[in-house]
Design a protein around this ligand. Structure first.
Ligand code: ADP
Length: 545
């Protein structure tokens, strides 16, 4: 077959093109950051791009070469944004590391990625002092601060000052052009299900992911938005927002390290934020603060909630009490992270509110660029009937094909196995019912722990809930409900179990309830079911049946 070649320009999809576009076409649009130092910093996309170029020059001066990894331990802020672009833009890899992990895990990840430079925020100095000697590949440690904040004494050898590095350069460089499949950054999975593994994103995958994220049936971002990413820049690149906001050229507000309800609310109002994104636990804190002080939002219109299942009751509160649209989304580190988003279709607009909410609480539909399927234990595809549950498999432009430095590809038949168990309905709405490791198998039937948790947090006394599977002499496994009550609230075991009546089949109601002061959390704010399962492995069921 002789094909006729198209006659269009070939421009590689490079991350530098996002920030040069923002600087040229939305150069005066603001980026506002709550700094670790406590004050607010303001500048523009044009200034961010210039400083990213200066940083690229400074990194080259330190000896960085194409393919080198630059690690970050930093909160959401403008200097972190400059590192995103200064590294990837010049052929280096941006490696964001989660400062909430245990110090040994952080050092392990930095060594695995072989980071050559480590940049970190001022309030993380004690952490870096603790791990510096173990970070064997790091040649330079860079404090993300001005000269005045440099400590008089530190155990970190040759500590560099970020502002000095940037100030020493003239910005007289042009972003290099190279193949769009070149590596741009690396993120490690949070290790909920084993050792952390590196996902290496390319320029192409990152730019295509940004296009998809900004689309109307995804996050629906525009130049009229003011975006405050609550999701940290070390949690799968703040779900792509540092790139997508440059693409649309909107104002960005970075909240720094303080993500409590009061700090967030003040920033939302002062900067007239319209759009945000974060895990469910963050919204719990913000909503509790607003309810206690009877506050309302004046500009906030929409938020993405993902990373863990968003309880239906949270959607109701945000939409009905605060007028904020909720986009429930599902993703993974391995997917850059966007996999699905729950947005209603035209045909759903006439549905009764309850049915619309039922759809919104699902994890949603795949945007163009991602394909989904569910398979049974033998790998055979299951029907899209909203009932059959099987392992969720994905493929797409921004899904990994391999893990960093791991010889065996995780793909099966060209699909990436997510480890999540899901149903897909006739309209393509995917719903996660469990993780394969969290699923409860009672008398041969699967019970969805997520469905039981969502119902429990709908009870007015319950703040947080996790349902785990515990061995049972008769049924193999049975669900055990663990809960944290709201401050000052009280409810009995019997009343909580009775709350399930009529909402799920009787055989799915948990057998017991454990009241806890708090639930163990991972570094990205997800409940650590593994630790709960370990703690209650030998739980004695009060009733044998
Ligand atoms: P880890 O798998 O190590 O926790 P990720 O941050 O990549 O790291 O988490 C991805 C996982 O988080 C998914 O596989 C899924 O189990 C869970 N998850 C993400 N978003 C949702 C959601 N909206 N609903 C339910 N689970 C979710």
């Amino acid at each position: 077959m002789s094909l006729l070649p198209g006659q269009m320009m070939q421009m590689p999809l490079l991350i530098s093109s996002l920030i040069t576009h923002a600087a040229r076409h939305s150069g005066d649009v603001e980026i506002v950051s709550r700094r670790v130092e406590g004050d607010l910093h303001r500048y523009t996309w044009a200034e961010a791009e210039l400083r990213a170029r200066k940083l690229a020059q400074a990194l080259a001066r330190l000896g960085c070469q194409a393919g080198d990894r630059v690690g970050t331990l930093a909160w959401n802020g403008y200097r972190h944004l400059e590192i995103y672009y200064g590294t990837s833009g010049s052929g280096l890899l941006c490696h964001t590391v989660n400062p909430r992990l245990f110090p040994q895990q952080i050092a392990w990840i930095i060594n695995d990625a072989a980071d050559r430079i480590l940049c970190f925020d001022l309030n993380l100095l004690p952490l870096v002092e603790q791990i510096a000697a173990d970070c064997r590949t790091v040649q330079h440690f860079v404090l993300l601060a001005g000269r005045a904040q440099l400590p008089d004494q530190t155990t970190i050898p040759g500590l560099l000052c970020y502002e000095d590095m940037v100030a020493a350069e003239d910005g007289d460089m042009t972003w290099p052009t190279f193949d769009e499949t070149t590596a741009a950054g690396i993120c490690y999975t949070s290790g909920t299900t084993g050792d952390p593994k590196g996902a290496v994103y390319s320029h192409r995958s990152t730019v295509l992911h940004s296009y998809a994220a900004a689309m109307p049936d995804a996050m629906n971002l525009s130049a009229r938005d003011v975006v405050l990413p609550v999701v940290p820049m070390f949690h799968v690149n703040a779900w792509g927002l540092p790139y997508a906001t440059a693409m649309v050229g909107c104002k960005v507000v970075f909240p720094g390290p303080h993500l409590d309800g009061k700090s967030l609310y003040e920033l939302f109002e002062a900067e007239q934020v319209t759009f945000s994104a974060g895990v469910p636990t963050v919204w719990m804190g913000l909503l509790a603060h607003m309810q206690t002080h009877q506050l309302k939002f004046s500009s906030f219109r929409c938020t993405v909630i993902g990373g863990a299942a968003c309880p239906a009751s949270m959607i109701d509160t945000l939409v009905d009490d605060f007028g904020v649209e909720v986009i429930h989304a599902w993703g993974m580190t391995e997917l850059s992270p966007l996999g699905t988003l729950s947005r209603l279709r035209g045909k759903h607009l006439g549905l009764p509110k309850d049915e619309q909410r039922r759809l919104m609480a699902k994890q949603g539909k795949a945007p163009y660029g991602i394909d989904l399927r569910i398979v049974d234990g033998a790998g055979a595809p299951l029907p899209w009937d909203g009932k059959a549950a099987g392992e969720l498999m994905v493929k797409g432009h921004w899904v990994i094909s391999d893990y960093f430095r791991t010889p065996k590809s995780p793909l099966q038949d060209g699909w990436f196995p997510t480890g999540d168990v899901a149903t897909i309905d006739g309209d393509g709405f995917m719903q996660i019912t469990d993780r394969s490791k969290d699923v409860i198998k009672s008398g041969g039937e699967w019970i969805s722990s997520i469905a039981l948790e969502n119902l429990a947090v709908g009870h007015p006394a319950v703040q947080q809930a996790a349902v785990i599977s515990v061995a049972h002499p008769q049924w193999g496994e049975r669900p055990l409900l663990t809960v944290v009550l709201k401050p000052g609230a009280a409810v009995t075991r019997e009343a909580l179990l009775a709350f399930y009546e009529g909402k799920v089949p009787n055989w799915q109601v948990p057998n017991d309830v454990i009241f806890l002061p708090e639930l163990p959390q991972t570094a990205t704010g997800k409940i650590q079911k593994l630790r709960l399962r370990e703690a209650f492995r030998n739980h004695q069921w009060s009733q044998p049946g």
